[in-house]
Design a binder for this molecule. Structure first.
Ligand SMILES: Cc1ncc(COP(=O)(O)O)c(C=O)c1O
Length: 442
């Protein structure tokens, strides 16, 4: 297939780009025309090291041939079949393979098309679970400051990022937020999980006292707050949430859209941190970003609550046209093979020490006010230029791009999340380039 070359600005007008200053981008567009391994190719022929794994999703690197071929084969054999009262074998095989990878006790998977849909599905399942068990008054959700749970109404209602919410309310009623439990003065420059902050989970007890546990459906948290600035849960924090949820009959949901599939050196954050939720959401790395797909994993207990009615009755009045789409399932199965055969999760774990060392070496710059890391994730917080919030990080990101490195900014933080196949030399290149960019903004 050939695509029309972009000849002028007008060719860019029709596409309203998400999360983008459209006019600025269209005045100075950056277009990518190819990708292989760690690198993107730009329309003007440059190779750019992908420091973001696309958007936290291309965990095995770009263009893995097994994934590409599986998608091509599936498209030729069976392009589409619904999952409403029919199905195709790859959907069942993928669900099986995923539950093998998930922590013990997480035995069932509901498919959707994105992290946002996976989150909204999780919230709906949580409410319906309580209702199925005669506790329909449990409708409240507890989330956390700085949380990102996608762009659906449910996910946005539990979002902890004010700027994402500002223009779109009102949201679901009955949502409260736990504190992030991060104080730069105490936990700044932590390596991996901060040692302090677990006690902030006890804020859940105050909310239980305020609302009564009998009104609370679920607590939803990211094991590592991703888009909200790479904040690994403090040591003991997730265990404490698990304990309190168990004591009060509240479901615990982990949003593993970023932390799933090797990003922090294990299949899931649940495995790395040794805490098993009742419900877990995934997307992104599940298909290595090659085809959109989301999944909501649930425990046997949650699934069984929906299996009590007459056999001919629909279990849950929820689903999407493209739930378990054949192309996504083919991509998902091939992706799991690649992760297994190329030892991708273990490679991430092995690279973590150098990644951490290099990330924290940036502390020498006066511009840097905090660095956080875990697995192959990192955030570098910069001291903003006076009266110009975001400008300093933007200067760094632009410099990096000019030197062939793609990184992301979030306010005055630089965020990194490369494909897990990154080599030692490439890790050194990422942080050497960032160091040069910091020297220029000082
Ligand atoms: C933790 C988390 N949840 C949900 C989402 C939403 O996923 P999607 O953009 O696929 O809808 C994201 C996206 O970055 C995420 O990081």
């Amino acid at each position: 297939m050939t695509t029309r070359p972009i000849a002028n600005r007008n060719d860019l007008e029709a596409f309203w780009m998400p999360f983008t200053p459209n006019r600025r981008f269209k005045n100075n567009p950056r277009l990518y025309t190819g990708a292989s391994g760690m690198y993107y190719k730009t329309s003007d022929g440059k190779n750019i090291l992908d420091g973001m794994a696309g958007l936290w999703c291309v965990n095995a690197g770009h263009g893995q041939p097994e994934i590409t071929q599986a998608i091509q084969k599936q498209a030729a054999e069976l392009d589409f079949v619904s999952s409403f009262q029919m199905g195709h074998p790859a959907a069942f095989e993928l669900a099986d393979r995923l539950t093998e990878l998930a922590p013990d006790g997480i035995d069932h998977v509901f498919f959707s098309n994105s992290g946002s849909e996976a989150v909204d599905t999780a919230l709906k399942i949580a409410r319906a679970y309580h209702r199925a068990r005669g506790e329909g008054e449990r409708t409240r959700f507890i989330s956390r400051e700085r949380a990102y749970h996608g762009m659906g109404w449910g996910g946005l209602s539990v979002s902890g990022i004010g700027r994402h919410r500002r223009d779109f309310g009102p949201f679901l009623p009955g949502v409260d937020h736990l504190p992030l439990g991060y104080d730069r003065a105490i936990s700044g420059f932590s390596r991996g999980q901060p040692k302090q902050g677990a006690e902030s989970a006890d804020a859940l007890l105050s909310l239980i006292q305020l609302h009564d546990a009998s009104t609370i459906a679920a607590v939803i948290v990211e094991p590592v707050t991703g888009s909200g600035g790479v904040h690994p849960a403090p040591v003991g924090y997730l265990n404490r949430l698990r304990e309190i949820c168990d004591q009060h009959g509240i479901l615990l949901i982990f949003d593993e859209v970023i932390t799933g599939f090797g990003r922090i050196g294990a299949a899931f954050g649940a495995e790395r941190f040794g805490v098993t939720p009742d419900i877990m959401t995934c997307a992104k790395g599940m298909t290595n970003g090659a085809v959109p797909m989301g999944a909501t994993f649930v425990s046997a207990d949650v699934y069984e609550a929906f299996q009590k009615g007459p056999e001919e009755q629909i279990d849950i009045f929820h689903g999407y046209t493209y739930s378990a789409h054949p192309l996504a399932c083919a991509a998902g199965l091939a992706t799991l093979n690649v992760y297994r055969d190329q030892n991708i999760f273990a490679r991430a774990a092995q690279s973590e020490a150098l990644w951490e060392e290099q990330a924290h070496s940036l502390r020498a710059s006066d511009a840097v006010i905090d660095i956080r890391n875990i697995g192959l994730l990192a955030a570098v917080d910069l001291m903003p230029h006076a009266d110009k919030p975001g400008a300093r990080a933007a200067e760094c990101v632009d410099y990096c791009y000019s030197k062939g490195l793609l990184v992301r900014l979030s306010g005055d933080s630089i965020v990194l999340s490369p494909p897990l196949i990154i080599s030692s030399d490439e890790i050194n290149f990422v942080f050497d380039t960032l160091r040069q960019s910091l020297a220029l903004t000082a």
